[in-house]
Design a protein around this ligand. Structure first.
Ligand code: PMP
Ligand code: GLN
Length: 378
């Protein structure tokens, strides 16, 4: 086969979860909860199936679900999206990101990403002939140097991809960051893909600054979201994309021939479940408790950390423990200590190694206790 993605290998999430299974290790690598989704939501899916919602949903998504999502978005971000013109329900955020890129990126278009970056952005861009321009964020704050961003923007720049709260570092962008981005993009035709899958996982009373909150960003943005993160069911692969009318139109031209529509009974269930805003608004408290429970126990370990401000990932600095690369250390941790994590360097363009491991704390207290005792023994 004449490969279209010569630089792409098997995703680190498959690699580490497989290794975790092989060595019977605790799996804090791939980001998913090891506890159940709310039984009320599961019962709603069952009821939707029994009630016969088992055929194709409308192409952009179930109308009730679209309405609930738009209400939630407009309420939280003071935006003015409509369920008719601005939303498409997708098979997870991955499909939303892929579709937004497929619909807009032409050969030789430049796309700016900030590394460490979630692993699906670059291959999706490259598949359509786009050229990835990676801007390296630096530990420990991982906020951009705006002069570098300014210098990286050229007349070929078609899109900027951002992700706050940020996977893998657990950092968030401030209002000032978003305003600076807005002013840099003003009076250009550059699109923004704002990956906001962790929008409801934000701690210490911080605010999530969605691109939807900023008028000039909103007009150029695809905003992607994932129910898997918000309702503890990553295996359902449900998400959505919100965008202005013209962008949604282009998005749906691809979506209709990519999947056409996504899981009908789950859409019905999510529409009902979203009626109660506490289902997503209480999530930050829930995960903040997990973060704190975990971090308290590894306080006196040899790992250093700044508590994650968002996401369900905690970055652990192991530079006092070993000079091994993060990839080698992560492998040794899995095989010898029975704990699987993600080496952060795999998300960097040149595999720059910050001596950081990413651990997922979307786990039962029991799992977190076991993981902490392993980390304390190192
Ligand atoms: N973006 C980021 C930053 C993610 O962490 C993930 C998944 N963990 C996704 C997108 C994909 O979300 P989904 O599982 O809904 O496809
Ligand atoms: N987003 C999840 C993570 O960061 C994994 C998703 C996947 O396995 N593709 O761990």
């Amino acid at each position: 086969v004449h490969t279209k993605l010569p630089n792409t290998e098997t995703s680190i999430f498959s690699v580490m979860s497989k290794m975790a299974n092989e060595y019977n290790a605790l799996n804090l690598s791939q980001g998913f909860p090891n506890f159940e989704s709310d039984p009320e939501l599961i019962a709603l899916v069952e009821r939707a199936m029994i009630n016969g919602h088992n055929q194709y949903a409308p192409m952009p998504g179930d109308i009730f679900l679209r309405e609930r999502i738009i209400e939630k978005t407009n309420t939280l971000h003071n935006s003015n999206y409509t369920s008719e013109e601005n939303i498409t329900v997708t098979a997870g955020a991955t499909q939303a990101i892929f579709t937004a890129i497929a619909a807009t990126i032409h050969r030789n278009d430049e796309v700016i990403i900030f590394t460490p970056a979630y692993d699906c952005y670059a291959p999706s861009v490259e598949l359509f002939g786009g050229v990835v321009k990676a801007i390296q964020l630096k530990a420990p704050h991982f906020t951009p140097d705006w002069n570098i961003v300014k210098d990286t923007i050229t007349d070929k720049t078609k899109m900027v991809i951002i992700n706050t709260p940020h996977n893998p570092t657990g950092t968030i962008w401030s209002e000032e960051d978003m305003l600076t981005l807005q002013s840099l993009l003003k009076n250009t035709n550059i699109l923004l893909l704002s990956d906001e899958v962790y929008e409801h996982l934000i701690y210490d009373n911080a605010i999530h600054y969605s691109a939807a909150k900023f008028e000039d960003l909103r007009q150029r943005s695809f905003i992607t979201a994932s129910f898997g993160k918000t309702f503890h069911n990553t295996g359902w692969k449900m998400g959505y994309c919100i965008a202005p009318k013209e962008l949604t139109k282009e998005f749906q031209k691809v979506h209709q021939y990519n999947v056409f529509s996504v899981n009908a009974p789950i859409q019905k269930a999510l529409a009902t479940y979203l009626n109660d805003a506490s289902h997503y608004l209480k999530l930050s408290d829930f995960y903040q408790q997990k973060r704190d429970f975990f971090l308290k126990q590894i306080q006196s370990s040899r790992f250093k950390f700044t508590p994650a401000k968002g996401t369900y990932f905690q970055s652990l600095d192991f530079s006092e423990i070993t000079t091994e690369s993060d990839v080698v250390f992560a492998e040794r941790l899995t095989k010898d200590y029975g704990l699987a994590t993600i080496p952060t360097s795999v998300f960097n363009k040149n595999k720059e190694d910050f001596k950081l491991l990413r651990v997922c704390f979307a786990k039962t207290d029991n799992t977190l206790e076991k993981a902490a005792s392993i980390l304390n023994s190192i």
